[in-house]
Each structure stands twice: as C-alpha cells, then as structure tokens.
Unconditional design. Structure first.
Length: 93
C-alpha cells in the first residue's frame, strides 16, 4: 500500500512544530539551548568544531558522529569533485 507522505507531513509535521516553538517561552528555549548546545544528539558528549576551508563541521568526541548546520550540506554539494574528495578524506581519517 502506498501512502502520500508529503501531504501528511505538511498538515501535521513542520507547521505544527513551528507553532509549538512559537508558543514555547523564551526562557525554556534558553534552557534547552544551554543544555544541548555543542553536545551530540546521540550520545550527549561534547562536539568538536572541525574547520575545513570555512566549512565548520561539528564532530562528536565520543561516537564520531558528524553534524551539519543549516546550509552546510548545500555548501558541500557545491564543492568540485577533487576538493570534495579531499574534504571527505579529512573527516574520515
Ligand atoms: Zn556522540
């Protein structure tokens, strides 16, 4: 059976979350940010910022997970193949 994922997502997903975020008190947002900022969403350990040609990637010091900020994935997809190869090698090694 096929399900229409996109329409289900639009009615309940993103918009609902945004509304909830708007209603959330500033203090609560501050508290959550202080608690989670630069911590791995998977294991909770510290993230280390790794800078490669002005693309700053957050890497977990414990599990090695890699996290991208908004727009960074787009920046990476714009890299030319040889630079992209070097970039990936830099993070994998
Ligand atoms: Zn981790």
């Amino acid at each position: 059976m096929r399900r229409n994922i996109s329409s289900a997502g639009n009615s309940n997903g993103k918009k609902g979350l945004r509304e909830r975020h708007k209603l959330m008190a500033t203090e609560e947002k501050k508290r959550l940010k202080a608690l989670h900022h630069m911590h791995c969403p998977k294991c909770g350990m510290d993230l280390i910022e790794v800078d490669y040609h002005h693309i700053k990637i957050d890497k977990c010091s414990e599990c090695g997970g890699i996290w991208l900020d908004e727009g960074e994935l787009e920046t990476i997809t714009r890299l030319t193949k040889p630079i992209l190869g070097k970039f990936l090698k830099f993070f994998i090694d």
